[in-house]
Design a protein around this ligand. Sequence first.
Ligand SMILES: Cc1ncc(COP(=O)(O)O)c(C=O)c1O
Length: 394
Amino acid sequence: MQLFSHDQVNLDVLKKLAFNYRWAEVPEGVIPLTAADSDFPCAQEIQQDLCNYLKQGYLSYTPKLGYPEVRVSLANKLNERKNENVDPDLLLPVDSAARGMYIIAQTILRPGDEMIVFDPVDYLFGKSCESAGATPVLCPSLLVNGELDLTHLENYITPRTKMIGLCNPHNPLGKLYNKESLQRLLDLAEKHDLYIMNDEIWSDIVFSGKQFCSILTVDPSKSHRVLSVYGLSKSFSIAGLRAGCIYCSTKEMFDRLVEKSDVMTTAGGIASISQYAMKICMDKCYYWNEAFVAQMECNRDYALTRIAKMPGISCHVPDATFLLFPDISATGLESGDFVELIEKEVKLALVPGTPKFFGPGAQGHVRICLSTSDKILTEAMDRLEKGMSIIMNR
Ligand SMILES: Cc1ncc(COP(=O)(O)O)c(C=O)c1O
């Protein structure tokens, strides 16, 4: 069976179940290359094992800190695949990476504090900071010779700075931080007594020839400054299960995270079935993830080849994520207007590079999600080409 052939994409179901700017939310006939969620169903093992789990008939409370075997499976895989030296006793399963970011922000930040948030980056960095009453300070996410550059970062640190948000791999730029940059970040954290919110949700979507380097492997003597978040929405196509985890390297910090997570009162916490799904992913589904990444690499290469031939739009090559972040500034349109026009003219929905989604630094760009079939992507690129020619000739 071809896991990622077009016949695996069930549009009838997606139109009922895929929300967050996707098939269930766009007008009939529109192709949504919007939220970073996959059009492919999750692995058979997840489908079957979750059915068997449900057949037991009990959906009881779980341990407050999560099932021990789930924590062990997550830590084992983070260690095996990324060498992160995670202690399962210092890892807390949570109901999504988004929730994990909020818990970390609320643990570290107080009103009046500042957090450095790169611009552009996923809006959850700024939002989680604001949820703690703190102020995001925007620092440009610069690409220098195609590499993420942090040489300017220290200029944005003030006496109020308490944390730096790190998105590695980076959404929306699709880039990986190299070891030198991560060392620089740790050195700055040490010098200014800061924490790092380390979001690695994209670390399982890395293309051939590129290597993900976790900040936890760079200088373990400084790992106590790193609070990490990981999620399975992107790499295993289970976004609706809201499954992720947070982890750190000291018991004192772990207890603070647990306190803010509300799991001890049961007001917070992750559903039993979502925890179990994480264990299935970790134990049985990396073959699926690897085949998915290979398909995403084909999609990336195809879309980049098509875009390179279109006037008014250009794109750097992402090394990770299933996202493209092309520059449309040559059209002379604001990102929001561009996206509106493309949807109206050729029925293709994209994410605009607006402050709402990524920060003011995203202006002049749009984000394209590639996690669909080759057939849908081909049709989407045909539409984009037509849309670009309408826009450039108007
Ligand atoms: C960088 C980043 N962090 C966190 C999230 C949230 O993921 P989750 O579905 O686990 O809440 C996303 C989702 O797009 C993301 O791109």
